[in-house]
Design a protein around this ligand. Structure first.
Ligand code: NAG
Length: 264
């Protein structure tokens, strides 16, 4: 073999290997699961594509999609939700453990709007019925009152919610990691409306059944005012639950992979 030719080949190989090494994806960059229909951010049909992509994922939501950090939705189990408030009209200290939510999978999508130019993503869903069960502990602080009545209890609770429309807005910011563009979600906003609530708290007032029944009646008669009182706490709890999944999703997959450039 001609020496010059061999050296040329080696140099060429060297260049190819080097280029390959430079463009190789770092090991931390995960690839998206193949069952996810990917949409392109400059597509004129982006929102239609996003909706189709979501509908294709829907059957998997029941069991959850660990590849995308989406927990099982039927039921959704939240180990603990804390709602504390020390000021304003309501003085409330409460913990809900082993919260199970059923009915999430039976929702309709009202809106799915991706605005890549603003790094803004909006989803609005309506849930006809949600059923929540959990162990609860509501402790009344010194001045603790809920709607002018003291409230104390520790036991099991059930809540039925009817016709909930929930609108979630995410706003992100781009940053570079390992040479790829990622999104950090700075803002998670949740707004919701509901048509009816039915609550039952077991074992209120250390098991005093007469007092407990009266309180349950009172809570159900006044659910609208009560729902408004706990709205800030409930919104914050929802944001915290959503954030856990959203943060993992966007830190694991680059924005260029989740919503690649291009318009096809
Ligand atoms: C469900 O709630 C929406 C508002 O969020 C309302 O417009 C609609 O009438 C409600 N539907 C029922 C059946 O209550």
């Amino acid at each position: 073999m001609n020496l010059h030719w061999s050296i040329g080949l080696l140099l060429l190989l060297g260049v190819v290997l080097q280029v390959d090494w430079i463009t190789a994806k770092p090991p931390t960059r995960k690839s998206l699961p193949s069952f996810l229909k990917v949409c392109h951010r400059d597509s004129p049909d982006l929102n239609t594509c996003a909706r189709e992509s979501y509908e294709a994922l829907r059957p998997r939501l029941m069991e959850g999609i660990p590849e995308l950090y989406i927990p099982a939705m039927e039921p959704l189990v939240v180990p603990q939700v804390k709602m504390d408030q020390d000021s304003g009209a309501i003085y409330l200290h409460s913990v809900y453990r082993n919260v199970k939510v059923t009915g999430i999978s039976k929702h309709t999508v009202n809106e799915m709007r991706l605005e890549p130019s603003k790094l803004k993503f909006i989803v609005s869903l309506t849930f006809p019925n949600l059923h929540l069960e959990s162990d609860y502990s509501i402790k009344v602080s010194r001045d603790g009152k809920i709607m002018m009545m003291p409230l104390l209890g520790d036991g099991h609770c059930m809540v039925d919610l009817t016709n909930i429309t929930m609108r979630t807005e995410l706003i992100g910011q781009e940053y570079k990691k390992n040479g790829a563009n990622y999104l950090k979600i700075n803002t998670v906003k949740v707004k919701y409306e509901l048509s009816d609530v039915h609550i039952h708290l077991d074992n209120l007032f250390n098991g005093d059944k007469a007092l407990g029944d009266r309180m349950n009646e009172f809570l159900n008669e006044n659910w609208k005012a009560l729902a408004e009182e706990v709205r800030p706490l409930m919104s914050k709890a929802l944001v915290d639950i959503l954030r856990a999944s959203v943060d993992k999703l966007f830190s694991s997959f680059s924005y260029d992979d989740l919503l690649p450039k291009g318009n096809n």
